[in-house]
Design a protein around this ligand. Sequence first.
Ligand code: ADP
Ligand code: MG
Length: 305
Amino acid sequence: MMGTDIAVYLWSDDQLTGIQAVDAVFAEVQRIDELMSTYKPASLISRINKDAADGPVAAGGELFGLLERSLDISILTLGAFDISYDSVGQHYDFRERAKPLEAVIERELSSIGYRLVVLDKTNQTVAFAKKGVRINLGGIAKGYAVERCVEILRQHGIENAIVTAGGDSRLLGDRRGKPWIVGVKDPRDENRVAIRIPLENEAISTSGDYERFFDEDGIRYHHIIQPTTGRPVIGVHSATIVGPDAVITDALSTSVFVMGVDRGLRLIATLPDYEGMVIDASGQLFYSDGLQPPENNAATPEPPE
Ligand code: ADP
Ligand code: MG
């Protein structure tokens, strides 16, 4: 679902409660996907993309709220995070190994810019300031989904769980007395773990250039787009963010990937609740101050727990 694998692990003393909670989680992901997927022509986001250049479109409270948060993160990251990346991004198809012609990038680049996405808080509408703008919540919607799912698990009385949507995980409580151990993949060897991080009650998101990509002429074309160029970001293999809110860790992992090691980790240093780790294009690991490199961070062949 949502273009990735969704997983939920939980403890419940009552089997039926556990099963119902799992069912509710998948129903919620399905609901969010139907609202926010640009691949579904009937989704609200698709309607916005079709009509918002002609005038304001009602977004509804939930989607409007996530659009607001997306634009807030654009401001925080000085435009590194930009949901209008899709104005160019829509022309990449990683499965089909397709990329836009130079002329197409040049034409569509002027439609990337979060300021072109105009929100009206009173009426909860969204309008685009020009034709050609297209938005996509791929960099934040999975974080939102796992955050929502954990809230639903709480409502079912669950106290220990982990919900994962691709590179985004949200942990509820601990692993019954021990921290959850989350492994961050080695970006160039999917059977290896670059680092294991013990976590409780937190979210962790990783953005990588190895999830959706193709290689051509020595260049890796992948799904994280530099808004200033309309081309895949160069210089980083993966960015991982840990913090209390999966919506933020998801958007920030994409942002820090775009900003690169120096600017990205400097931003994270200004956010007291968030920590980050970046693996650059030479495979070197860089951490924010609060993430202590463990003694044994050499890649080990075991899968993540
Ligand atoms: P994943 O989808 O693998 O979890 P991310 O959280 O980094 O990885 O999200 C990548 C997705 O974010 C892309 O597939 C695309 O939908 C979207 N995206 C790409 N570039 C940007 C950007 N500069 N700003 C916001 N979203 C982006
Ligand atoms: Mg992300």
